[in-house]
Ligand binder design. Structure first.
Ligand code: GDP
Ligand code: GDP
Length: 455
């Protein structure tokens, strides 16, 4: 817990620090190879199409921040999913269902040079049930020759087909205009208080704890294979992950998905990446290797989360390697090395076997609830009066400091300011924080307490 110095300000009002800027979400769906990612890159204003010219190459679902005519929105590229055992039609329909559940608007991409296939028709059927706006893009319309083919897509029952060429850019401005018209100004409130889409999670930990393995494991039933063709990779991007029936945004996972292994001497760079991911997230999953003693490097990552004021979930991975002896040793290590984050949520998993991986979601929810929690001033001061009456602050220099009142100046993380007539010793402040947690919980979230002395 960070203890601010005496005369620190009461903190910025809510929404200024660590605020989540809410932007509406557009999901892009369609069969593999219709030109989704080419179009997405075009809409993002990327110069070269960062596309693999390999049919059937699949990607994770990734989210990008897009900007058009001064308005921001989030573009979710659902990727070209490989038909699995259940078949292409089912896979794309599932993709459409997910898009409808999570996005504010959906863009169906159809290849005009091929025309509507039975799979396109099946997806359109799903999308016609959507209570969200659905737009239709007819891609690969590189010149006027395909105009007639575009018109035939009216029969999908999704309104006007917008002809575009992702390759040349033709029609993409008009499509973006139509998208902005369809998107609401502010996103729907599906994911609780923060909204602005799925809540943001940083997956961090020292090398080889199993971050890539865990990300692959939770990347869900629509298993994605990551191909890394030289020169075709996209910059830092996030992954949308379904966990326990909810969609989460794992931030800055490009490095994990690319399975880039750090050369030695790259530690400084790795630590910057970790820092950036934590800053971008609301909650951090710090992955630890349960089969090994807690290391200095683990401690450093945990401190970064604390200092950044993000919610924290400690996930002990490789639980399949833990025997009774190790279990006992770990208990001691927790007491010795992790007492200062006793409040953190803890989950034991195995990315290898999938054991308990779903339990990460409830821990994330608890941590975020605490992070968002606000204690009404009346209730806070009622509690404070009782605590102080029972255990007044120690006398210092012959004077008894009085605690006048307290207020929660901020959430995310919860930040309290105590107004007093004199200095409160660190020990007493720790005592107050302990009692605060006993009373109000805050499991999984750091809590900040600062003292302001009134003359
Ligand atoms: P996705 O699987 O739906 O994301 O499709 P891609 O964006 O990877 O594109 C599949 C193939 O179609 C690639 O070979 C692209 O170069 C090609 N393609 C994409 N957009 C266009 C376009 O507007 N015109 C033409 N002629 N080809 C395109
Ligand atoms: P990262 O560097 O944190 O991304 O770690 P990786 O995901 O690359 O995993 C490092 C090594 O640990 C690989 O050999 C994985 O197969 C292995 N590993 C990951 N998770 C588990 C687990 O739950 N149990 C076991 N036994 N091994 C694991």
């Amino acid at each position: 817990v960070a203890m601010d110095e005496e005369d620190e300000g009461a903190g910025a009002p809510d929404g200024v620090d660590g605020a989540v800027v809410a932007t509406p979400v557009l999901a892009v769906v369609g069969r593999p190879n219709v030109g989704k990612s080419t179009l997405v890159n075009r809409m993002l204003g990327r110069r070269e199409a960062v596309v693999q010219d390999v049919p059937g190459v699949t990607r994770d679902r990734v989210a990008y921040d897009a900007l058009w005519n001064g308005r921001r929105f989030t573009l979710v590229d659902t990727g070209g999913w490989e038909p699995d055992a259940t078949g292409l039609q089912a896979a794309v329909a599932a993709q459409a269902e997910l898009a409808m559940q999570t996005a504010d608007a959906v863009l169906l991409v159809v290849d005009a040079s091929v025309g509507a296939t039975t799979t396109d028709e099946a997806v359109a059927r799903v999308l016609r049930r959507s209570d969200r706006p659905v737009l239709l893009a007819a891609t690969k319309v590189d010149d006027d020759r395909l105009t007639a083919d575009t018109a035939s897509l009216w029969r999908l029952g999704l309104g006007e087909p917008h002809p575009v060429s992702g390759l040349h850019g033709r029609g993409s401005g008009d499509l973006l205009d139509a998208i902005l018209e369809a998107l609401p100004e502010t996103p729907r409130d599906t994911f609780g208080a923060s909204s602005g889409g799925p809540r943001r999670v940083a997956l961090v930990g020292k090398p080889n704890v199993g971050k890539s393995s865990l990300l692959n494991r939770v990347s869900g039933e629509l298993r994605s294979v990551v191909h890394d063709v030289a020169g075709t990779t996209v910059d830092p991007v996030d992954s949308l992950v379904e966990l326990d029936g909810e969609v989460w945004r794992f931030v800055d996972t490009a490095g994990l998905r690319k399975r880039v292994k750090m050369a030695s001497g790259m530690e400084y760079y790795a630590s910057l990446r970790t820092q950036a991911a934590i800053e971008a997230a609301e909650v951090a999953v710090v992955l630890l290797d349960a089969s090994e003693p807690i290391a200095e490097q683990d401690q450093r990552v945990i401190s970064m989360v604390e200092e950044a004021g993000r919610a924290l979930v400690l996930v002990f991975n490789k639980w399949d390697l833990v025997d009774e002896d190790r279990r006992l040793a770990m208990k001691r290590e927790l007491e010795r090395d992790l007492v200062r984050v006793r409040w953190a949520e803890r989950v034991n998993v195995s990315a290898l076997t999938g054991r308990s991986v779903a339990k990460i979601a409830p821990a994330l929810r608890t941590a975020l609830e605490s992070w968002d929690q606000r204690i009404p001033t009346g209730r806070l001061n009622g509690w404070l009066a009782d605590v102080i009456a029972a255990t007044p602050p120690p006398v210092r220099g012959g004077k008894q400091p009085k605690v006048l009142f307290a207020t929660q100046a901020q959430t995310r993380p919860p930040t309290f300011v105590l107004f007093t007539t004199g200095f409160l010793e660190a020990g007493y402040r720790r005592f107050l924080e302990r009692r605060l947690r006993e009373e109000f919980g805050f499991e999984g979230s750091p809590v900040r307490l600062s003292v302001r002395v009134r003359e």
